[in-house]
Write a protein of this length. Structure first.
Length: 147
């Protein structure tokens, strides 16, 4: 597994250990992680703290030229909200751990010029599937569905 996707998976595990949904993300600029995050919707009662949003928040303010050189790594295909944020800031590349559990607007991202690399990592898939089996109602809430 790529070192940056491994870091995102570590974030997912941190989130799960803190009582949240095991989805993690890192923002990488010039080969260095500049932002780390994990889904904190449950821990912080937040409707928007998905892993990607948390990683971007933790990276702090960046110049537009920096976002345009960055890569966002995430253990799960980004949802509409997180995809929209990547588009807003011009992040050109997203590496996705898996998209079998949930698939965001990947075709739309591609149509807007974002390069997507779907790794289909078995560990990203396994960790989230095990958590969903134990917490189906929380998962439904996270993806905006009724349980």
């Amino acid at each position: 597994m790529d070192e940056f996707l491994a870091a995102a998976l570590d974030e997912a595990r941190r989130g799960m250990a803190a009582g949240g949904i095991p989805i993690g993300s890192v923002l990488v600029l010039d080969g260095t992680i500049i932002g780390r995050g994990h889904n904190q919707r449950m821990q912080r009662s937040s409707p928007i703290l998905h892993a990607e949003m948390d990683a971007l928040e933790n990276a702090g303010r960046l110049a537009a030229r920096d976002y345009r050189r960055a890569t966002l790594y995430t253990t799960l295909s980004p949802c509409d909200m997180c995809s929209g944020t990547a588009l807003l800031y011009g992040i050109p590349r997203i590496v996705i751990g898996e998209n079998r559990t949930f698939q965001g607007p990947e075709d739309y991202l591609r149509s807007r010029g974002v390069t997507l690399e779907v790794v289909d990592d078995p560990e990203c898939y396994r960790v989230l599937q095990e958590w969903i089996a134990a917490h189906p109602e929380d998962w439904a809430e996270d993806i905006g569905e009724d349980a």
